[in-house]
Design a binder for this molecule. Structure first.
Ligand SMILES: [Fe+2]
Length: 492
């Protein structure tokens, strides 16, 4: 694919700050070998860091929102102390149609939808939100829920949609799913504006759909993530909804119902009866991890850790719903680390704050501990918001869940982090024996870098900084693909 079919952006109208600085699109698809490194890249770091994010390929249809940009995958592969970079658009149906038309065809998040259309129906699945590795392929996913696009992990060429089973066709599959590396299973959920409003499914290591069932909800909801343990999957029903009459008129208007509970569905991994648990009303985007614990009575308790929004209070101590909605609606950053406990035998629940001092999100764990009781989570430290809808990820936080303690690293003004997955050191057996790896926008030098930090010593800062030869726009989620997984994919 040449560079010539990308439009000249010199005359673009820049409708808001989401198109400037670290957020500005960069539509050049390229590859660079043997990148320059400041410091020393560890030779025992082998594998690939992949991150998804928006980069609008065409001038916006109207008002632009950061979330509207076409999905682009950026991959940095580490091999024996060297690093290479490659980026490619996710070739979605929408992007292909817009290329054929030579212009943007779909309205964005800030625009009014066509009369009679439900917003999700009228939006382009830009597949710009998350990326994960399963069954030899990268899966690219969208935050509003839509078809999953499969991508070759070596070329980043889009292979197609994950629709090999008729039950997957037309589903709004969430951006966040979970892979159990010990079984090779991919657990996912889908949601939407039509009954039953949620589905749950499992794709096995061989690609076959092994589990698929309805999870009926009282109405359309806005779940974002899920959690798994070896025997259960946990899905979310928060009291945050789109106002139904606004939705019917083709637009979004968030409502938070403080008199409704947070509800979590615990579903046996391979399907069956859903057990619901109720908690204090909250809203959360991302789960760090979940696991099963057996208490002295032999009862199984599920523990889930995540980063919900902090609940703002007014002078009388009452929930300030307006402020909460403003924070959520403008991608404001005010988060806590929190835990929920669900006793499967008695139905009892417990919940509470793990840390409400540090403000962090985008929790990443050593994925070999997915669904197992783990000790460490690596989060992005949130900076003070400079402007609306421009969250600045200012540093890294490493939590020790065994005692709730944390260490945080912030290099100073001008550096913008990105979600930083954990990369195990070659041959590592202990949970935090490895590195955290993530893009950093270096605003002082006006360039993108990848920072490799020793996971056991994050406050020392990066041990190596890989210099990108072109800017990587600020983006969303990422994953680490282990070298063994890449080798297996190469053979397959
Ligand atoms: Fe997310």
């Amino acid at each position: 694919m040449g560079l010539d079919h990308f439009p000249d952006r010199s005359n673009w109208h820049v409708p808001d700050a989401s198109m400037k600085g670290p957020f500005a699109p960069n539509n050049i698809e390229t590859a660079f070998e043997d990148l320059e490194v400041i410091g020393t890249l560890p030779e025992d770091l082998n594998g690939m860091y992949v991150r998804n994010g928006p980069s609008p390929a065409h001038a916006p249809h109207g008002k632009y929102h950061w979330f509207d940009g076409d999905g682009m995958l950026h991959a940095v592969r580490f091999q024996g102390g060297r690093a290479t970079y490659r980026n490619r658009f996710v070739e979605t149906d929408g992007l292909k149609a817009e290329r054929a038309a030579g212009k943007a065809l779909w309205p964005g998040l800030k625009e009014r939808m066509p009369e009679g259309a439900l917003p999700d129906d009228a939006m382009k699945n830009v597949s710009n939100t998350d990326v994960t590795y399963h069954n030899g392929k990268l899966y690219s996913m969208w935050y509003r829920g839509g078809a999953v696009y499969t991508v070759d992990p070596f070329t980043l060429n889009t292979l197609g949609k994950l629709e090999h089973d008729p039950r997957l066709v037309g589903l709004q599959i969430s951006a966040h799913s979970r892979v159990d590396e010990s079984t090779g299973e991919f657990m996912f959920f889908a949601y939407g504006n039509r009954p039953p409003y949620m589905h749950y499914g499992v794709i096995g290591a061989d690609g076959a759909v092994t589990t698929f069932q309805d999870v009926p909800l009282p109405g359309p909801r806005l779940p974002h993530d899920c959690a798994v343990t070896p025997h259960y999957t946990i899905l979310h029903d928060f009291p945050l909804i789109n106002n139904p009459s606004a939705l019917a008129a083709g637009r979004y208007s968030l409502e938070f119902h403080q008199d409704w509970p947070t509800r979590y569905a615990v579903i046996p991994r391979h399907g069956g009866k859903v057990q619901w648990f109720e908690f204090e009303p909250r809203y959360m985007l991302h789960v760090a991890n979940a696991w099963e614990e057996v208490n002295a009575k032999g009862e199984t308790e599920i523990v889930m850790i995540g980063t919900p929004y902090a609940m703002p209070r007014d002078y009388d101590g009452n929930l300030d719903v307006r402020r909460l909605l403003f924070t959520i609606g403008t991608q404001g950053t005010d988060y806590e680390l929190y835990q929920w406990r669900m006793n499967l035998a008695t139905g009892e629940t417990r919940e509470g704050v793990v840390d409400d001092i540090l403000n962090s999100e985008f929790p990443m764990i050593n994925t070999a501990w997915q669904g197992l009781k783990n000790r460490y989570t690596y989060n992005v430290l949130m900076g003070r918001p400079r402007t609306l809808e421009q969250p600045q990820f200012a540093g890294l936080v490493k939590y020790d869940l065994s005692n709730g303690s944390a260490v945080a690293y912030h290099p100073g003004e001008g550096f913008w982090f990105s979600e930083a997955p954990f990369a195990p050191r070659d041959g590592a057996t202990e949970e935090d024996d490895g590195y955290v790896v993530g893009f950093v926008w270096n605003g002082l030098a006006n360039r993108s870098e990848v920072w490799v930090t020793d996971a056991r010593d994050i406050i020392q800062g990066p041990v190596a900084r890989v210099i990108m030869k072109q800017r990587v726009p600020h983006g969303f989620h990422s994953c680490w693909v282990r070298e063994a997984q890449l080798q297996a994919a190469a053979v397959a």
